[in-house]
Ligand binder design. Structure first.
Ligand SMILES: [Fe+2]
Length: 389
């Protein structure tokens, strides 16, 4: 693989610095953004790794001292965000480097939003025109550096934050939460274990697949989603099989960013169910989507025959049409050792009614190709518990 082939600067959907080893440009990017004392937001697992220590050291040597904040949960909470804001202010920080998986990226973006606000974070939930209440002058600039290929949060305009009191995952949205610079460096994802590579990669697939099936008119997003799924088909199995495959890691980071770019078109029932399940059971978001995927596809079948036929042809799957795509998804899950049922990850049926009601009003639900009510969601959830395809 020629590394130089992957050195490229993009400005769509935001400024993107792409290429192996480019994390070393971080101090220079901070200066470009006018950040003299940034806060690096990461997670407790990453903060102890040499990778993060090297970033901190590199920035310090280059004259950009970082305040590190890593006190965040796997599903970051409102309290995590307010704690981060307090640290940001106490250290006189002037920008955020969101560094890590979806949790760190979402927490970092939310902290940058909340530094200059007077309203509580829940008033900025992605409902109606809530975002107009944001004091945009109080928003801090963000550089996003993903270390997993899945959430695509680095190119997203929202953060998923858990409201622990309400036991709800809420989408906090403002158009300017889109990070100003994204750094896609595949060397940062090399150490990711195979199960996390698989689960995060399946989250990227779910974004592209749901965006591709969503109902809103957005041909640009459709094209991006389709090509991203071609990349995932080729490179996710390679990245899972050999974590050191730098080309596969690079292509998966791009496919992940493409997923979040595409889902401006909307998501669907996989995410409508994965959000309440994540909030109630604290399970890995990508794993939930991966388990739910075939059940949701089957429930949507009557409305997605045409796009699935196009997808099967574009991917050159052995079987055409819906059946071919379903077989492909099942094959990927088996190949990656992802369980077939929610029961296998310890989710029982006792909360079915609550989950169904939460899914029906989830912000991802309206763009699902079919309009499911709580009863329909209950049926999909039970199928996913029992393995009824
Ligand atoms: Fe997702």
């Amino acid at each position: 693989m020629s590394k130089s082939r992957f050195f490229i600067n993009w400005n769509y959907p935001t400024a993107m610095r792409v290429g192996p080893g480019r994390v070393r440009e971080l101090p220079q990017l901070c200066r470009e953004m006018g950040m003299a004392t940034p806060m690096l937001v990461t997670d407790p697992g990453l903060v102890a790794l040499p990778m993060v220590q090297a970033v901190v050291e590199n920035c310090l040597v280059a004259g950009v001292p970082l305040t590190v904040f890593s006190d965040i949960k796997g599903n970051p909470t409102g309290n995590n965000v307010s704690d981060g804001v307090a640290v940001f202010k106490a250290h006189g920080c002037d920008g955020v480097i969101a560094f890590g998986g979806g949790s760190a990226l979402d927490a970092g973006k939310a902290i940058a939003l909340m530094v200059g606000q007077t309203h509580p974070i829940w008033e900025f939930e992605d409902v109606g025109d809530n975002y107009l209440k944001v004091n945009t002058h109080g928003m801090m600039p963000v550089i996003a550096v993903p270390t997993t290929a899945g959430t695509g949060s680095e190119v997203g305009r929202s953060s998923v934050i858990t409201d622990e009191n309400a036991k709800l995952k809420k989408i906090i949205f403002h158009p300017r939460m889109l990070p100003e610079i994204v750094l896609l460096d595949p060397e940062l994802t090399i150490g990711l274990p195979a199960p996390i590579t698989a689960a995060t990669g399946m989250d990227a697939l779910s974004h592209n697949l749901e965006a591709f099936c969503a109902t809103h008119f957005h041909p640009m997003a459709e094209g991006i989603a389709l090509e991203a799924m071609r990349l995932i088909n080729i490179y996710l199995p390679r990245a899972v099989a050999d974590g050191n495959d730098l080309e596969a890691r690079m292509q998966m980071l791009v496919a992940s960013s493409m997923g979040a770019t595409a889902f401006q078109r909307g998501l669907g029932a996989m995410h409508a169910l994965a959000h309440p399940l994540g909030a109630l059971y604290d399970k890995h978001h990508g794993l939930l989507n991966a388990i739910l995927m075939p059940y949701v596809l089957s429930a949507n079948r009557s409305a997605i025959e045409e796009p699935m036929s196009r997808l099967s042809r574009y991917l050159a799957l052995p079987t055409a049409g819906f059946a071919g795509v379903l077989d492909w998804v099942l094959f990927l899950r088996r190949d990656f050792g992802i369980p077939h049922t929610l029961a296998e990850i310890g989710i029982g049926e006792e909360d079915a009614d609550q989950i169904a009601q939460m899914a029906a009003v989830d912000p991802s639900a309206p763009s699902n190709p079919l309009s499911f009510d709580a009863d329909s969601y209950r049926g999909i959830f039970l199928n996913a518990c029992r393995g009824n395809l």
